[in-house]
Design a binder for this molecule. Structure first.
Ligand code: FNR
Length: 347
């Protein structure tokens, strides 16, 4: 099989392995965070405003469908459904990595453009690897008429892949993309989290938007190990920072960067806690992909309508009428997170 075909095949395997390993238990450390209720909320449920400013655009909800797929017939099917759902819910939707489009445009184009066709006025995000150059990044943006670009950082995933990259010289490239493309850039991890050191490096490179995408949900060390006939490199996930730990790492940066959270977002409570810890919006991949794989589009839509109702209930319980007010809710950390903050010098 030619290399390109192997890469398309890998994307298909990711979809099915993500579902195989999906669990509706999150390990992102949200259990270590308690929100305290407000016995005098002084609000009506109907007055709660879930609208969210997403990189300057008003979205209906503080959630988005994060990067998943593209490049194959199966990807085209999921991207079509994801964009239809994003359109209905009025939330942003991301493409999976468009590297395969940059290599094989004719064969893979429509698996990506469906994201825009089914969501003509929506917020669509293109996605490239940190190896792409600025011209390629702009090509990906132009194909989708994208409103933003994600650049993914996936060193652990590459290391766990039999055919993975062996050089990780990305910062100059990221700097170049940020200063040359036409839309805002979000640098994201793929489920292993981001440290203060990395946030400092990214800030110096001109990056102002980061999705910490921590561990606790989809685990690419596990997924790539399942594809690797010879070696089990799942242990590489032990280096990861959970989504909550990554958000704590981002605290000193939140006044100068826009921080997004993803990784192990399963419940409406996870969303509200991530926002309380500083996320401007909260992304999910594994959860929505799971629902689309196990049930119909309309059942998935019903799931997210219920999810939205519960976001509202939780906001009422903590006395928050808007997304901004969530950030004022009283919060208590468990001992493990206090210990983490002490050892990492996070105030
Ligand atoms: C991903 N993710 C991902 N991220 C990215 O930037 N480019 C990509 O091409 C992909 N591909 C991909 C495929 C599949 C099947 C899944 C489930 C995920 C990573 C994703 O955007 C996110 O960072 C992690 O999955 C963590 O979030 P969840 O899945 O725990 O909500």
């Amino acid at each position: 099989m030619p290399k390109q075909d192997a890469q398309m095949q890998r994307k298909v395997e990711h979809l099915f392995l993500a579902e195989k390993f999906f669990t509706d238990e999150s390990f992102a450390d949200f259990d270590g965070v308690r929100l305290l209720h407000d016995a005098l909320p002084e609000l009506r449920l109907q007055d709660i405003d879930l609208s969210t400013n997403f990189l300057g655009s008003k979205m209906a909800l503080p959630i988005y469908f994060n990067a998943i797929t593209g490049g194959s017939n199966q990807s085209a099917h999921f991207n079509k459904e994801l964009s239809q759902l994003a359109h209905t819910l009025s939330i942003p939707v991301s493409s999976g990595s468009m590297g395969v489009y940059l290599r094989l445009p004719a064969e893979t184009k429509t698996s990506f453009t469906t994201l825009r066709e089914n969501n003509p006025d929506g917020f669509v995000i293109a996605n490239v690897s940190a190896k792409a150059n600025a011209a390629q990044a702009q090509e990906a943006i132009d194909l989708l008429q994208a409103n933003a670009l994600q650049i993914h950082l996936n060193a652990i995933q590459e290391l766990a892949m039999p055919e993975g990259d062996q050089a990780f010289l990305w910062l100059d490239n990221i700097k170049n993309i940020v200063s040359n493309v036409s839309v805002p850039v979000i640098v994201k991890e793929v489920g292993f989290g981001i440290s203060q050191k990395n946030l400092t490096q990214l800030y110096k490179a001109g990056v102002r938007n980061v999705d910490v995408s921590g561990s606790g949900g989809t685990d690419f060390a596990q997924i790539e190990s399942a594809r690797n006939q010879e070696l089990d490199l799942t242990y590489l996930n032990q280096f990861s920072l959970s989504t909550v730990e990554s958000l704590l790492e981002s605290l000193p940066f939140q006044n100068k960067m826009t921080i997004f959270a993803s990784g192990g977002i399963i419940t409406p409570m996870d969303v509200i806690k991530a926002i309380r810890l500083g996320a401007s919006a909260v992304g999910m991949s594994g959860l929505v992909l799971h629902h689309l794989q196990k049930s119909s589009l309309s059942e998935t839509e019903a799931f997210f309508n219920e999810f939205t109702k519960q976001l509202r209930l939780i906001m009422a319980a903590i006395g928050a009428k808007s997304i901004a007010e969530i950030k004022k809710a009283p919060i208590v950390f468990d001992e493990d997170l206090i210990n983490y903050m002490n050892q990492r010098n996070i105030k």
